[in-house]
Design a protein around this ligand. Structure first.
Ligand code: ATP
Length: 351
């Protein structure tokens, strides 16, 4: 587990992670899923360690949900295997389902049922018959104790997501799966939910989540698998993925006149460069030298530098370097897609 996150929540981990227990609670081998001609998940392998928060980061359509559903026993793979807590998920996923908690992208609930009643009903499906106090105690874990008597219909989008996480905990699972838990939430609600997820993990539950928010993956997850077009492009501690890029920062700026982007690759400290919509981006292993060199180039060519900005390397840069595309380009589309799915089920995010 990531010691830095546990000591100082949501502070990036150092380049070399603290030693972790290495017992795998999930093992995925060559997992494959096809929909007709489309290979949605293309022979991926990974292991999730007991006690960690493991993230699958990728854009819309990367195959994250399909992967999760095959691990959860909800979607039958075309190839490969999954073992959860020592049990093969397929061909009969029922035993595994009893040991895991699942929050789907969309959850259908009755609008006029009280929260503590819903907790009771979901628990009783596992043979766990909680009294009212125990139901409220579970709601407390997701910060909803004061809403125990409220109806589902009265919840905000963020509260509805918290409830769906509580429902994924009713059977005291070994692993909880959260499919894009914060998509569509405003930044404040998203951060509050990160707190909830961190707390659940500290209580001893392994968490596997999907996200297309790189900040979420970076701040919340002990390890991240970067997924694109059905494949895992990279898997490691977020900071290690970023460090391996060898990029210190991205220097962004505009110039009063266009120059060939290739000229900017010659700046001191530059490792990559590109023209973007509003100017240029230069990836630099020494941002200070690059900025000095840029100002010198501008002076010799009689150009003015505008909107100069230096951004530390992050998972966006990792994704860009591996796919040639920006993860955030898909953000609006991914938000819209997730909200559409939730509205269709009449729960969470539609309010
Ligand atoms: P999102 O962030 O939008 O949830 P994702 O990374 O979770 O995307 P998946 O939902 O796993 O991606 O979808 C992977 C690919 O498989 C996409 O191209 C999608 O259109 C396709 N797909 C998913 N489910 C089905 C299905 N039931 N039938 C046919 N194609 C599907």
């Amino acid at each position: 587990m990531c010691g830095a996150r546990r000591g100082r929540r949501f502070v990036l981990t150092p380049a070399v992670s603290a030693p972790r227990a290495t017992e795998a609670v999930i093992r995925v081998e060559a997992l494959t899923k096809r929909y007709g001609d489309l290979v949605a998940v293309d022979g991926i392998s990974l292991a999730v360690e007991r006690g960690e928060i493991f993230g699958i980061l990728g854009p819309n359509g990367a195959g994250k949900t399909t992967t999760l559903e095959m691990i959860e026993g909800l979607r039958r793979p075309d190839g490969g295997g999954v073992v959860v807590d020592g049990l093969p998920v397929w061909p009969d996923p029922n035993d595994v389902k009893r040991r895991i908690g699942v929050q789907l992208q969309a959850t259908a609930l009755f609008d006029y049922q009280r929260l503590h009643e819903i907790i009771y009903i979901f628990g009783s499906c596992y043979g766990i018959h909680r009294g009212r106090d125990a139901c409220v105690a579970l709601l407390e874990r997701v910060g909803l104790a004061d809403k125990a008597e409220a109806f589902v219909d009265e919840l905000s989008g963020g509260q509805a997501q918290r409830l769906s996480i509580a429902l994924a905990l009713v059977n005291d699972p070994v692993v909880t799966f959260l499919d894009e838990p914060t998509t569509g939430l405003d930044p404040r609600a998203r951060r509050a939910l990160w707190d909830v997820i961190g707390e659940i993990n500290r209580d001893g539950t392994t968490v596997v989540l999907t996200t297309h928010y790189m900040e979420e993956a970076e701040r919340l997850c002990d390890r991240v698998a970067v997924m694109d077009r059905g494949r895992i492009m990279a898997l490691d501690v977020p900071r290690a993925l970023i460090t391996r890029l060898g990029a210190e920062a991205t220097v962004r700026f505009d110039l009063s006149d266009r120059v060939p982007a290739a000229d900017l690759c010659l700046l001191d400290g530059a490792t990559d460069c590109r023209a973007v919509e509003n100017g240029y981006e230069v990836v630099a292993d020494d941002a200070q030298r690059t900025v000095v060199s840029l100002l010198e180039l501008a002076r010799t060519r009689g150009l003015r530098v505008a909107h100069l900005d230096i951004k530390g390397a992050d998972l966006e840069d990792v994704f860009l370097s591996m796919t040639g595309r920006k993860l955030s380009d898909d953000e609006d589309e991914a938000n819209a897609s997730a909200l559409k799915k939730r509205r269709r089920f009449g729960f969470g995010g539609g309010r």
